[in-house]
Design a protein around this ligand. Structure first.
Ligand code: FAD
Length: 430
């Protein structure tokens, strides 16, 4: 990752930024811009779900933005994301919900099994939570759909942010690795879990939570054989899951305890081998799913999060720079809410910003603070909850797992309260 040069000329002394457990001094420097610096109103860093959704929300409100993406194209590999009704409310507000619905199966319920295949419990979503809507959406198609609704040239690829500075005029100077300089009135950091913008703002690296996930998207050219249900299989310190995405594709994951994140592995045959070893005595459909996974959709990811403690965590905005999605609140995927929350952030931030752009930097900064206070109360508890759910599901103790499988899941679990966090209302963006 490129080094980000930390500097600011907001005040004549050292600018102190709060970091998780310490106060971090940031050296000042005088900013020298080249005559060719390009001026922009709003620059979004990152063309992932958060960046594209923020840009589209702004566009629907009549506000132009420029999205800078380090890669040379949209992320085409990868698997799918399960979106719950809160995600769909936002996609509807952005005007893309129905287009996506047509392409992805509606999931009716979930079934929980033990590692020997015994069914422990099943639920129907609509019985448990009114208006619930669950679909697994291919990430590639979600990104393409959002991009296609943006004016041409909104997304600029091969544009990697290298350096960020604040100017005396309360604007932000962005320098890219190719030497391009942009001066932006507002910068929205949507640059994911290792966000350089968040780092510049004083956020710590996300923390590894002790388990990793294999993910893949299996393809059945002749049609996949599964009912439209999320399937979970719970073992000891190990769990797997799969969900049909389309009539021919099925998303699967395997989550396993590991003391360290381990090395980055990109060789698909090594990944498949490792994934298969973990579940070799489990229900055979999981092995079959791994077999039927094209090389470019299998991956292994160490799971991380960052808790936004109220007094010690930096603010989501610094001047006219603000964070959205994983850049601000990386959370574990145990509730399937990371992307859903990024979508929620996008629509709320766009609404707050659109009304204040003409009123000068102080109004903009107030709008960003208001976004933070509204969203913090949503994302902080969810991050913690997702972490706890993951820890409970990754239990390895045989007695505890027996209790979970024979008492807690069959007799005590109620899905309705567990899905309460998917309640989120959102008016159309016009
Ligand atoms: C195993 C797993 C399963 C998941 N399942 C679900 C699920 O079922 N449902 C759900 O809602 N969420 C799920 N999530 C979470 C979801 O994937 C994330 O919350 C979501 O992708 C966040 O989107 P983002 O746009 O904030 O970040 P990203 O998708 O990471 O996008 C960041 C973008 O910024 C770009 N970028 C980074 N640095 C720079 C730079 N210096 N200059 C320019 N561009 C830059 C990157 O190239 C990238 O395109 C899951 C996550 C994991 C790990």
């Amino acid at each position: 990752m490129a080094t980000i040069f930390y500097s600011s000329s907001l005040s004549p002394s050292l600018l102190l930024l709060k970091n998780q457990n310490r106060v971090k001094p940031i050296c000042l420097s005088t900013i020298k811009t080249t005559p060719n610096v390009q001026k922009e109103e709003i620059v979004i860093i990152g063309a992932g779900i958060a960046g594209l959704a923020t840009s589209l929300s702004l566009h629907r409100l009549g506000v132009k933005s420029l999205v800078l993406e380090q890669a040379d194209s949209l992320r085409t590999g990868g698997t799918s994301l399960t979106l719950f009704k809160n995600g769909w409310r936002v996609l509807d507000a952005m005007g893309v919900g129905d287009e996506l619905r047509q392409q992805f199966l509606e999931i009716e319920g979930l079934v929980i099994k033990a590692e020997d295949g015994r069914e422990l419990r099943s639920f129907k979503f609509k019985d448990e939570s009114e208006g619930q809507e669950v679909r697994a959406v291919e990430r590639r198609i979600l990104l393409e759909t959002l991009t296609n609704k943006l004016p041409l040239d909104t997304v600029r690829f091969s544009s990697k942010l290298e350096k960020i500075e604040t100017t005396e005029t309360r604007e932000t100077l962005l320098q890219l690795t190719d030497g391009t300089e942009l001066l932006a009135k507002i910068v929205i950091g949507c640059d994911g879990i290792r966000s350089p913008v968040a780092k510049w703002m004083g956020f710590s690296e996300p923390r590894y939570v002790g388990h990793c996930a294999f993910r893949g998207l299996a393809v059945y050219p002749g049609g996949q054989p599964f009912q439209p249900r999320v399937n979970y299989v719970y073992g000891r310190g190990l769990r797997a899951g799969y969900v049909p995405v389309t009539p021919t594709k099925v998303y699967w994951f395997i989550c396993f305890n590991n003391p360290s994140p381990g090395p980055k592995i990109t060789d698909a045959s090594v990944l498949k081998n490792e994934a298969q070893k973990l579940v070799r005595n489990w229900p055979s459909e999981i092995l079959d799913l791994i077999d039927k996974t094209p090389d470019d959709t299998i991956s292994r990811t160490p799971l991380v999060d960052r808790w936004l403690w109220p007094t010690t965590s930096p603010s989501a905005s610094l001047g006219s720079v603000v964070l959205v999605g994983d850049a601000w609140h990386p959370m574990t995927p145990n509730l399937g809410q990371g992307a859903c929350c990024a979508l929620e952030d996008a629509v709320i931030l766009a609404r707050k910003l659109a009304g204040t752009l003409e009123s000068g930097p102080t109004s903009v900064e107030n709008a960003l603070k208001s976004y933070e206070s509204e969203r913090w109360s949503r994302v902080f508890p969810l991050t913690i909850r997702a972490n706890f759910v993951g820890s409970l599901l990754q239990w390895a103790n045989p007695l505890v797992c027996a209790m979970r499988n024979n008492v807690v899941i069959p007799k005590l679990v109620r899905l309705g309260p567990l899905l309460e966090h998917t309640n989120f209302e959102c008016e159309p963006l016009k």
